[in-house]
Design a protein around this ligand. Structure first.
Ligand code: NDP
Length: 678
């Protein structure tokens, strides 16, 4: 029986109206689901997100939101078998679904972990250091990021109903912004099943996630400058949405991932005997056939030295010839059908357009032998490899995205021409360069980087562990300029910041320090007893300071340190050689000696709540210390953050070492863990 997909709005599921569209299975044409958003009040949906979801998310700090993502990821992992089962009807093989379902859940885990490790246990982010703005230091600047007070509308493509939804959802929720997610209708039943699980879990606060089955109605009319639209799909729809009167009038943030004619380039240094040749052919084959080529990152243009054209074509044809196409439920099948009959019609039409400039070197767009399925009832399509002999004069091969198992071979003469051809895509998500020659790779990178969001540089050294041309990763930027939409997603915390506003603050160091709970130069310090190492984490306050007495550094200290550590570098041991060095007045103390003596000056040695020093950051030695100089230290609590374990917290200290003249000789952050009260 067909599933009826409902929308989830203001805490309730709203059934599909009478105008529901039928969604057929990609494999056999049977109706899998019905969808329509008739009856949904989009204004109420947006209000609910703004008035209920947003405040609930913003009341949590980043670590609490990260915890929600992690719990969701665990919850979905335990239930993913049901999603895999549904996914077959989208045409996906098990391996395709792994990218979509496990890849999506993996993105939730990745953002949970980044949020915990890289963001503070706060509701804002301090972006960079305090900026000095005045001569005497009484007026400074700083930047903070705070979550927008609106809603993120995510409009997704049909090809990755789970990953495409979660890779947008994770950074948005971590930012503290509620989401209205709308899947593409042709595979909406899979996204719907996942959203139903998320809602049923009760993990997210009410209003944090709402769902549209079917069209978005007048949703966009309700958006303001506090909202964000993030879109994946065709350039035509993206253009329509970007030009929507409300979006342009209210300067609604708009992020787009759209058509992209990604290239793979074979370096002129690669011969059929080089390992890179095989790697290239395998990668092109994989990109043509995984998810039946319906990937925004798939290789569409195969750019090869003219002399290698035949070898590449023959090697690809041989591999493609061995591919089994058919029912994705069958283990033996390497490629399933396209997502819908409409998609097959679109791809055939695109192939016909490409064929006006290129000849078909492999495959028949109209016929396909399939295993365990009916080739006509399902949206099956043979992989099609085209060859365009004159890619410099051709246009369509650079502009028409056949969103299926389709790629075109483009021969080049000289590296400049290879770069020129890749650039004719007018901006893509990703390009691959296969070469073992560093000069070739550098030239390609310099020519391609401004036109791409990601470059995949493959050779024999990295192949074994490489993640794949077509795989966007949570830690790396996914997006591209120009035709690819000009947007950027993920890229670690960058993807979170798209949903936040950066604001410059100006004021006194005391005021900015209190607001940002971060000590900066000029902000008040407190150096009265007890020593902060005697305080547990909860008692430690930003600004708590240790000011040490001074200690003279003698030549004997330097020699002792040199022989004890084995660091007998001439600058510490040889007066003449040290003098000849433009940076030193003569023999100087080791930087590490200064650090060690500084620790000796500031520690409070008895057992206590301070548990461990786990690192230093931003270390700079600013002035040499000569024998006879004395040093003293000021150690101030800069920030505090709760740690993964509730038993302790992390404290970052600002350490500054001065000489007898009050000049700074070294500066760094000390990172420690302090116990919390039981
Ligand atoms: P569309 O642009 O038609 O649809 C993308 C999303 O936009 C879907 O969720 C769709 O919903 C929605 N949408 C369509 N019209 C509107 C509208 N007027 N207002 C609000 N939302 C709207 O792309 P498809 O997914 O159908 O794919 C078509 C082609 O796009 C592919 O063949 C491919 O060429 C390209 N594409 C490119 C991608 C890339 O990143 N490179 C990714 C995916 C597709 P609904 O399904 O309900 O219409």
């Amino acid at each position: 029986m067909a599933l009826t997909l409902q929308s989830y709005s203001a805490n309730r599921w709203i059934g599909a109206g009478r105008d529901a569209v039928e969604i057929p299975s990609a494999v056999d044409g049977r109706v899998v689901a019905l969808a329509s958003s008739e009856g949904v009040d989009f204004g109420a949906m947006v209000r609910h997100a703004r008035q209920v979801g947003g405040p609930a998310l913003r009341s949590l700090n980043f670590h609490q939101r990260a915890e929600l993502l992690k719990r969701l990821a665990v919850y979905l992992t335990e239930r993913k078998a049901a999603l895999y089962e549904l996914s077959y009807d989208t045409g996906a093989t098990k391996r395709d679904s792994w990218v979509d379902i496990d890849g999506g859940i993996g993105t939730l885990f990745a953002y949970a972990s980044r949020g915990r490790k890289e963001l503070p246990s706060e509701r804002f982010v301090l972006d960079g250091a305090f900026e000095p703005l005045s001569k005497h230091g009484s007026f400074v600047g700083a930047h903070i990021l705070t979550p927008l007070h609106g809603v993120a509308v995510h409009v997704n493509a049909f090809n990755f109903p789970c990953w495409g939804m979660l890779e947008k959802l994770a950074p948005t929720l971590l930012a503290g912004v509620p989401v209205i997610t709308k899947p593409a209708t042709s595979t909406a039943y899979l996204a719907h099943a996942m959203v139903a699980m998320i809602i049923e879990s009760g993990i997210l606060p009410p209003g944090a996630l709402q769902f549209v089955a079917g069209s978005t109605g007048d949703l966009l009319d309700h958006l303001t400058g506090q909202d964000v639209v993030s879109f994946t799909g065709s350039a035509t729809t993206s253009g329509k949405l970007r030009d929507h009167a409300t979006i342009s009038r209210n300067a609604v943030r708009f992020i787009a991932e759209r058509d992209s004619l990604n290239a793979a380039i074979l370096g002129p240094d690669v011969t059929p005997e080089s390992p890179e040749f095989d790697l290239f052919v395998k990668e092109v084959m994989r990109e043509m056939t995984s998810k039946a080529g319906q990937k925004c990152t798939a290789i569409r243009r195969v750019i090869v030295p003219r002399a290698r054209l035949e070898a590449v074509r023959d090697a690809l044809a041989a591999r493609l010839g061995k591919l089994t196409i058919g029912n994705p439920r069958s283990e033996a099948v390497g490629m399933g059908p396209l997502a819908s009959q409409q998609q097959r019609r679109d791809v055939r039409e695109s192939i016909a357009r490409l064929a006006t400039e290129a000849e078909i070197a492999f495959g028949d767009p109209l016929h396909c032998t399939v295993a365990d399925a009916d080739a006509e009832k399902g949206a099956f399509l043979s992989p099609v490899l085209l060859h365009c002999a004159d890619p410099i004069r051709a246009e369509r091969v650079h502009h028409v995205e056949a969103f299926g198992p389709v790629a075109t071979l483009l021969p080049f003469d000289g590296l400049d021409q290879a770069i020129d051809l890749a650039q004719r895509g007018e901006g893509s998500l990703v390009a691959s360069a296969f070469s073992y020659d560093p000069a070739v790779t550098e030239e390609l990178v310099m020519g391609l980087a401004p036109f791409h969001g990601r470059l995949y540089l493959l050779d024999r050294d990295s192949a074994k562990e490489a993640t794949g041309h077509g795989s966007p990763l949570p830690s790396l930027v996914h997006g591209g300029p120009g035709r690819a939409g000009g947007g950027e997603e993920m890229g670690g915390l960058r993807g979170v910041y798209h949903y936040m506003q950066r604001t410059a603050l100006q004021g006194s160091p005391a005021k900015l320090s209190a607001l940002t709970r971060t000590w900066g130069p000029g902000a008040p310090i407190r150096s009265e007893a007890p020593h902060p190492f005697r305080k547990n984490f909860d008692k430690i306050a930003v600004g708590d300071t240790v000011e040490t007495p001074s200690r003279v550094i003698t030549l004997e200290d330097i020699e002792h340190f040199a022989h004890f550590t084995g660091d007998t570098f001439y600058a510490h041991m040889d007066e003449d050689a040290a003098k000849a060095n433009p940076f030193f007045p003569g023999r100087v103390a080791h930087g590490y000696l200064i650090l060690s003596f500084a620790a000796g000056l500031f520690v409070d040695p008895a057992p206590g709540p301070l548990l461990a020093n786990y690192g230093l950051e931003r270390l700079r030695f600013l002035k040499p210390v000569s024998p006879g100089d004395s040093i003293r230290v000021r150690l101030t609590v800069k920030t505090k953050r709760s740690a993964r374990m509730p038993e302790y917290g992390e404290v970052r200290w600002d350490a500054e070492v001065f000489n007898q003249d009050g000049d700074t000789v070294a500066q760094y952050d000390v990172l420690t863990m302090s116990a919390r009260p039981a």
